[in-house]
Design a protein around this ligand. Structure first.
Ligand code: FES
Ligand code: FES
Length: 202
């Protein structure tokens, strides 16, 4: 990683040089440092120590994409939104707390803001755009019926979690909806209405 610990870079990925901006200023440049550092060459490795190189693919909503080399060490959230224009994936906190960026990775809900593209190579990613049209329509109708929608920023995250529960997600039992709501933050506070939507769907 950059010796000044620029926040874009993860320690386990083995970035081995100091970025140019840090070298000049002697300070961490924060986000964006990696993008500006054209001279440094990252050496990415997964948890087993295998090198991650350009040419790796990502399957998103059934389509196959080759991950550009410059995206290997960047967030899946940004790749989905900026490169693939899948804007249902929202950035709320950017720290894994709010659930607005929830996607399925091989069928399990995960926060896209915490995943790097290189780490999820060859995995199946599903976003709201990849869910069945019928399901999305039903979710929207129930939101309208119960008043479960205000600004709509949290809605994609709740949609993904309800799809996960409906599809047999492991959070079952009478407490499952409370746990689900606890993991997804709605800043408008329509939790009770959303719980009614989820209860009717699952
Ligand atoms: S943006 Fe990913 S959990 Fe909040
Ligand atoms: S409806 Fe606005 S954040 Fe949930």
């Amino acid at each position: 990683m950059c010796r000044n610990r620029c926040r874009d870079l993860q320690t386990h990925l083995g970035f081995q040089s100091q970025c140019r901006l840090s070298a000049t200023t002697g300070k961490s440049t924060g986000r964006g440092c990696f993008q500006r550092d054209r001279a440094a060459r990252p050496v990415f490795q997964d948890k087993r120590g295998r090198s991650l190189k350009a040419g790796l693919n990502l399957r998103v909503n059934g389509a196959e994409y080759e991950i550009p080399e410059q995206w290997l060490g960047r967030r899946l959230l940004d790749y989905l939104r900026n490169e693939l224009r899948l804007v249902s994936v929202k950035e709320g906190c950017g720290e894994g707390d709010c659930g607005a960026c929830t996607v399925f990775v091989d069928g399990e809900p995960m926060c896209a803001c915490l995943l790097l593209c290189g780490v999820v190579a060859d995995r199946n990613i599903i976003t709201v755009e990849g869910l069945a049209q019928d399901y999305r329509q039903r979710f929207a109708q129930l939101c309208e019926k119960h008043g479960g929608l205000q600004c709509g920023f949290c809605t994609p995250g709740f949609t993904m979690m309800s799809a996960w529960l409906t599809g047999g997600g492991t959070e079952t039992g009478k407490d499952s909806l409370d746990k689900l709501v606890a993991g997804n933050i709605c800043r408008c506070g329509v939790y009770q209405q959303l719980k009614k939507v989820l209860a009717e769907l699952t």
